[in-house]
Design a protein around this ligand. Structure first.
Ligand SMILES: Cc1ncc(COP(=O)(O)O)c(C=O)c1O
Length: 384
């Protein structure tokens, strides 16, 4: 069967492919330690599970749900944004719960892009921005993020893209994945000013702001941001609920209505008990975030040791669920070191090049594994 032209140039998602290879190696008895993917291994708060259990036992919660999400969940998102980010949102009009923020990226692209519209995407950055924009008919221009400029965009490069024409949408993501770079208020202000000047829709993707970070920031906290920006957020990382698939899009009423026009044709709402449990998760206090971050902090110390064993260089100011590190000069590129570690030490680490060409001399290590697994990985790598 021939596939649609829109799939030309779109490969299977890197991790989907790689996990199959790791399965094969495991079948051969290799027992690979996977330090690649950022899927939290810790459970959600027990009160969250309890809400899911109690609610799903009720007889009247199994029907299709409101396309705009339960008012209980929207209110919980509004309270969460107010409490942690200092951003006020209208419960009825400025919040759209999503089945994970990854689907939101696709919905946004399908809502706004026409054939040939230019989308600015970070290099290195989350690969889904590029594939979703391409699938929707957009043309990608990658803006470079470099270590020497704190992984911030070069506004001269952005202006040059605008001069070339047709820039419609720009993805930004801070704390940045994969580099772990925090934003500054000035950066957010500059981005909003750039988007206003050129009438570009700014899409900020914000799933990592609570991980190893005590100062969560929203791009919508910049004055006037809602005129040009929308923000995606997620319970996958900060609430340990990746498999539950709960995210959100927040922004001005018109933007929410526009995206809903597309999304309401794609799905039929989210299971109500999941939404009510997600609302519970959003009400958790500081001690929840402290408990999660204590575990990630301990693991991060082990990852420092692992990276030292590999003679990589890295910043200790990174936040989020990964460590990003520069590989030694004697390796040809990130793929060479990742393959060496996989095939010689049975440890999988992510080559930074999958996030874009600017990542080709870097690797990324996930903090989603037990201390014992990191210790075993260090042992295996040291032995080789
Ligand atoms: C930068 C970034 N954005 C979005 C996502 C998707 O998160 P969700 O689970 O909410 O779909 C991820 C997941 O790894 C991510 O790293």
């Amino acid at each position: 069967m021939t596939t649609a032209k829109r799939l030309n140039g779109i490969g299977e998602y890197y991790f989907s492919q790689k996990l199959r290879e790791i399965d094969e190696l495991n079948k051969q008895g290799k027992n690979i330690i996977n330090l690649g993917i950022g899927s939290p291994d810790l459970p959600p708060h027990p009160d969250v599970i309890k809400v899911l259990q109690d609610e799903s036992a009720k007889p009247n919660v199994h029907a299709y749900q409101n396309y705009k999400g339960s008012p209980v969940l929207r209110k919980a998102f509004a309270d969460w944004y107010s409490k942690w980010y200092g951003v006020e949102l209208n419960v009825d009009t400025e919040i759209l719960p999503l089945i994970g923020s990854k689907e939101g990226i696709m919905h946004i692209c399908m809502t706004y892009l026409n054939e040939g519209d230019v989308v600015l995407a970070p290099n290195p950055g989350y690969p889904t921005y590029r594939s979703a924009a391409k699938l929707a008919g957009g043309t990608i221009k990658e803006y470079s993020l470099k270590e020497s400029t704190n992984w911030f965009p070069d506004f001269e490069e952005l202006e040059a893209f605008v001069r070339e024409g047709n820039v419609k949408l720009m993805f930004v993501n801070y704390p940045q994945m994969p580099t772990g770079q925090l934003p500054t208020t000035e950066l957010f202000e500059q981005l909003v000013a750039f988007a206003k000047k050129h009438n570009v829709l700014l899409v900020h993707d914000n799933p990592y702001s609570f991980i190893l970070n005590n100062n969560p920031q929203s791009l919508l906290s910049v004055a006037g941001a809602k005129d040009v920006a929308i923000e995606l957020n997620s319970l996958s990382k900060s609430q340990n609920m990746a498999g539950w698939r709960v995210g959100v899009l927040v922004g001005a009423k018109d933007r929410i209505d526009e995206v809903l026009r597309f999304k309401s044709n794609m799905d039929s709402g989210m299971f109500l008990p999941v939404q009510l449990a997600a609302a519970k998760a959003l009400s958790l206090e500081q001690d929840w975030y402290d408990s999660v971050n204590k575990v990630y902090g301990e693991r991060r110390s082990k990852v420092y040791e692992l990276l030292d064993t590999l003679k990589c260089e890295y910043s200790k100011d990174q936040v989020g669920m990964f460590m990003w590190a520069k590989i030694p000069d004697d390796y040809k590129d990130c793929y060479a070191i990742a393959d060496e570690v996989l095939y010689n030490s049975n440890v999988f680490i992510t080559p930074g090049g999958i996030f874009g060409t600017e990542g080709e001399r870097y690797i990324r290590i996930s903090l989603c594994g037990s201390i014992e697994r990191f210790e075993e990985a260090i042992r295996r790598i040291s032995d080789v």
